[in-house]
Design a protein around this ligand. Structure first.
Ligand code: ADP
Ligand code: SF4
Length: 680
C-alpha cells in the first residue's frame, strides 16, 4: 500500500499548539467533547479502550460521556457513566490512565439528570426544581427543598473529589440539555420564591455555586469546565440574551467553556438536515464574553474547516464527537500529512441511535469503534495475511472487505456488476438529503486505488462458473439485497393483493423511475428510506400519500434525532401522512388500507404504489456456490453485508470488516464479554 507523504502541512501548525486550560495544558487543539457510547458504567473495559484509542489517535483532550454524580440521577435504560463510589473511581481511573498513556488530558462531565430521568434502576426519587414528568415514563420528580439543594451540592462536591482521585484533568459542571441545572435556569419551570428562583442571578445561583465548589473540591490539580448554551434554552426557559449575560458574569469561574446550543436536535443534527459548522455564528457571537478558552463542535471533518475555526478565533479548541468516532486518528492523520486517509463522518447519527437503544456504539464509517477491547480491533492496524481473495459486489460491504484485505496484504480482486462502485450507498446518495452517504464509497475507493494488490473490475457481473474458474483462495459474496415488490415485511407475513402494473420499489425510484399522479408510498420499514422516497416523488411533482404502520413518519429516526424534522419536511412538501395504517392491496387504480388497531378499511384512488416494506437478500450466487446446506463452516466462500443480512449500512460495513479481518486466521474468535464478576 502506498504511504501518504509523512510531513505535516505547516498551515495546520496552529492546530498542534498546546493550550493552557487553567492549571492543565492540552497538548493540541483537538478536543473530544463528552459523547455517549452506549456503554457507561456497565462496560468499563470496553469504554476505557475506546477512549484510549482516541488519545492514541491524537485527540489532545478526551472526555467521558455524561457521568452521574449520585443514584438519584439514573438514566436507565440509556447507558450512562457514574461516579457514585470507589468502584466507579477504579473503573474511571482505567479510562483516565488510558488517555494519559498517550499524553492527552482526560475530562469528565459531572451530571445530574433532574426531572428528565426516571431512576428506573435505582428506584430513588428523581429531583426537580418543581415536580414534573420525566422524559418518557409515568414518573414525576420530587420538588427539591432547601435540604435537597444542600444535599445535591454535597453530592456534586464528592463527585468532583472522586473525579480528581480517578485522575481526571478537567471536571465539568453541566447546566444544559434540559437536565437539573437547566431546570433551575428556566424562567418557566423555576417558580421558586427563595434565593434559587426569580431573577436570573437567583436562577443561576446553583450553577454558580457548583462552579465555585467544584473548583474548591478539585483544587489546583484540575481545570473546571462548563458546558453551556451559546443561545439559551429557548425563550420560555433562558433567552439568548440571558445566556450571554451569564457567560459574561460567570465566565471567569470556569477555566474552559464548552459551548453548545439550545436545540439539541440541531446541535447534533444529521447531515440530512444540518450543515457542517452550524453552530458557528452563535458561538462567534459569545466568543469574547467569557475571557476563557472556548471549545465547540460542528461535525467538522475537513482540516481546513477546523483550522479556520481556530485561526479566525471562533474557538480555541476544535470540539468533536462524531468526527472522532468516525476517525479516532483524525488528528494524527493531519499531523502526519495523511489527510486523504481521513474517514469522514457522514452525519447519519447511527452512533447516537444505538445509545438510545441501550446498545454499545457503532458507526457507519468506522466498524472498529466499540470493538477495541471486545474484539481487539484497532482502527489503524490489521493483522497481516496472505493469499488471494475474490470479492463479488462493490457496495459498502465489498469495498470495506477489499480495503481491509488489501491492507492485510492479500491479493484482492473486486468485481462489480455495475460500471461504478458503491452499491446502495451510491444509489441512495442520489436521494434527497443523502449526498453524504457517498463518503462511505469515496473513502474506500480512494484507499484501495492506492493499493497495488487490489484490482477492481467494474462492469463485471460474475456467475458461479466464472467464480469457480477464478480459483481464488477465498471468495466473499457481497451482492447486497433488493427491495421486495410484494408487500411482505413487518406487517404482512406474505404477499399482498396487487394488480400487474404500477407497483414500484425504492430500487425503481433509485433507478430514476418517478411514478406520476397520485402515488401511495407504503412504509413498513420505518427508517429513512420511506420518507426520502416520498420526498423524491413529491419533488418530482407527484401527489404523495405516505402510509405507515408506525405512529409517526420514519419512526425509527427518532433514535437518530431526525424524526421531527423528517415529518415536518414531509408536511411542508405537501405530503399527506397517514399513520397506524397498512396498505393491503392495490389494483392499479385504487389502494386499499386498514387501520392497524381496528382493521377499519379505507380506499384511495391511486395511480401508483411504492412498497417500502422489506428487502430480499441477493444470496443466489452464494447458494449456487456452497449448495443448499450452506457449506462447511470453514468454507472458502463467505457472504457478507446485506446479502447475508439486510440491515443498515453500518451493519454491512461491520460484517465485511469482521470477515476480512479474521480471514485465514483460524475460525471464529469469540468476542470478550465485559461484565462485573461475583468474587467468591
Ligand atoms: P452491501 O450493503 O452489502 O454492500 P449493496 O447492495 O450496497 O450491498 O452492494 C451489492 C453490490 O453487489 C451492488 O453494487 C451490485 O451491483 C453488486 N452485485 C450483485 N450481484 C453481482 C454479481 N453477480 N456480480 C458482480 N456484482 C454484483
Ligand atoms: Fe458519523 Fe454516522 Fe459514524 Fe456517527 S455513525 S460518527 S454520524 S458516520
Amino acid at each position: 500500500m502506498a504511504e501518504g507523504c509523512l510531513t505535516m502541512d505547516s498551515r495546520f501548525a496552529p492546530l498542534f499548539e498546546p493550550l493552557r486550560i487553567g492549571p492543565v495544558t492540552a497538548p493540541n487543539r483537538f478536543y473530544q467533547v463528552p459523547h455517549c457510547t452506549g456503554m457507561g458504567h456497565a462496560l468499563p473495559q470496553t469504554l476505557a479502550a475506546l477512549r484510549e484509542v482516541k488519545a492514541e489517535g491524537g485527540w489532545g483532550v478526551v472526555c467521558t460521556e455524561y457521568c452521574s454524580i449520585h443514584p438519584s440521577s439514573d438514566d436507565h435504560p440509556y447507558p450512562f457513566a457514574s461516579v457514585w463510589d470507589e468502584g466507579d473511581v477504579a473503573n474511571l481511573a482505567a479510562i483516565a490512565d488510558g488517555i494519559h498513556r498517550h499524553g492527552a488530558l482526560a475530562g469528565i462531565e459531572l451530571w445530574h439528570g433532574g426531572s428528565y430521568v426516571a431512576n428506573l434502576a435505582t428506584r430513588e426519587p428523581s429531583l426537580g426544581v418543581r415536580s414534573m414528568p420525566s422524559r418518557e415514563d409515568p414518573v414525576q420528580s420530587q420538588r427539591m427543598d432547601r435540604a435537597d439543594i444542600r444535599r445535591l451540592k454535597e453530592w456534586h462536591r464528592a463527585a468532583a473529589r472522586r473525579a480528581r482521585a480517578a485522575g481526571f484533568d478537567i471536571v465539568y459542571v453541566y447546566p444544559t440539555h434540559g437536565y437539573l441545572l437547566a431546570e433551575f435556569l428556566s424562567r418557566s419551570l423555576n417558580g421558586r420564591r427563595d434565593e434559587y428562583g426569580g431573577s436570573l442571578a437567583n436562577r443561576a445561583r446553583l450553577f454558580r455555586e457548583l462552579l465555585e465548589e467544584t473548583r474548591d473540591a478539585v483544587g489546583e490539580r484540575c481545570a473546571v469546565a462548563a458546558r453551556f448554551s451559546a443561545d439559551g434554552h429557548g425563550d420560555p426557559h433562558l433567552t439568548s440574551e440571558e445566556a450571554h449575560e451569564l457567560l459574561a458574569v460567570l465566565g471567569p469561574l470556569a477555566d474552559l467553556w464548552d459551548l453548545v446550543i439550545g436545540d439539541y436536535e440541531e446541535e447534533m443534527g444529521s447531515s440530512r438536515f444540518v450543515e457542517e459548522g452550524a453552530l458557528e455564528a452563535r458561538v462567534r457571537a459569545v466568543r469574547g464574553l467569557t475571557g476563557r478558552p472556548v471549545v465547540s463542535v460542528g461535525r467538522f471533518t475537513s482540516p481546513d474547516a477546523m483550522l479556520r475555526q481556530v485561526r479566525s478565533g471562533i474557538v480555541d479548541l476544535v470540539g468533536a464527537a462524531r468526527p472522532s468516532i468516525a476517525d479516532p486518528f483524525l488528528p494524527s492523520k493531519i499531523r502526519d500529512g495523511r489527510i486523504d486517509e481521513i474517514r469522514e463522518c457522514i452525519g447519519c447519527n447511527v452512533c447516537y441511535a444505538h445509545d438510545a437503544r441501550g446498545a454499545p456504539i457503532r458507526c457507519t464509517q468506522n466498524p472498529t469503534i466499540g470493538e477495541e477491547w471486545r474484539r481487539g480491533w484497532h482502527p489503524e492496524r490489521v493483522p497481516e495475511g496472505r493469499g488471494s481473495v475474490l470479492i463479488v459486489g462493490a457496495g459498502a460491504a465489498g469495498l470495506e472487505a477489499a480495503q481491509v484485505l488489501g491492507r492485510r496484504g492479500f491479493e484482492v480482486s473486486l468485481a462489480e456488476r455495475e460500471p461504478f462502485p458503491g452499491g446502495r450507498v451510491s444509489r441512495e446518495s442520489r436521494l434527497p438529503g443523502l449526498a453524504a452517504w457517498a463518503r462511505v464509497r469515496d473513502h474506500r475507493v480512494g484507499q484501495i486505488a492506492r493499493m497495488a494488490n487490489v484490482a477492481t473490475y467494474y462492469g463485471s457481473a460474475l456467475d458461479a462458473a466464472t467464480i469457480r474458474e477464478f480459483a481464488a483462495d477465498h471468495v466473499l459474496i457481497a451482492t447486497g439485497a433488493r427491495w421486495r415488490r410484494d408487500g411482505t415485511g413487518r406487517w404482512h407475513a406474505g404477499p399482498i393483493e396487487l394488480g400487474p402494473a404500477r407497483v414500484y420499489t425504492p430500487d425503481d425510484v433509485m433507478d430514476g423511475i418517478r411514478p406520476e399522479g397520485r402515488v401511495v408510498v407504503f412504509d413498513d420499514d420505518h427508517y429513512y428510506i420511506g420518507p426520502v422516497i416520498a420526498l423524491a416523488l413529491a419533488h418530482a411533482g407527484a401527489s404523495v400519500r405516505y402510509v405507515t404502520t408506525a405512529g409517526r413518519a420514519g419512526e425509527w429516526s427518532s433514535h437518530t434525532a431526525e424524526q421531527r424534522r423528517t415529518q415536518r419536511g414531509m408536511l411542508e412538501a405537501g405530503i399527506e401522512i397517514v399513520v397506524s395504517t397498512a396498505v393491503v392491496g392495490f389494483d392499479g387504480g385504487t389502494a386499499r388500507a386498514e387501520c392497524v388497531f381496528t382493521g377499519r378499511a379505507a380506499t384511495w384512488g391511486a395511480d401508483a404504489l411504492v412498497l417500502v416494506t422489506s428487502r430480499e437478500p441477493e444470496d443466489g450466487l452464494h447458494a449456487a456456490l456452497v449448495g443448499s446446506d450452506g457449506g462447511a463452516p470453514d468454507s472458502r466462500v463467505v457472504r457478507i453485508g446485506d446479502c447475508r443480512q439486510p440491515s443498515i449500512i453500518a451493519a454491512a460495513v461491520y460484517s465485511a470488516h469482521a470477515v476480512a479481518r479474521e480471514l485465514g486466521r483460524g475460525g471464529d474468535r469469540p468476542a470478550a464479554r465485559d461484565r462485573v464478576l461475583i468474587l467468591r
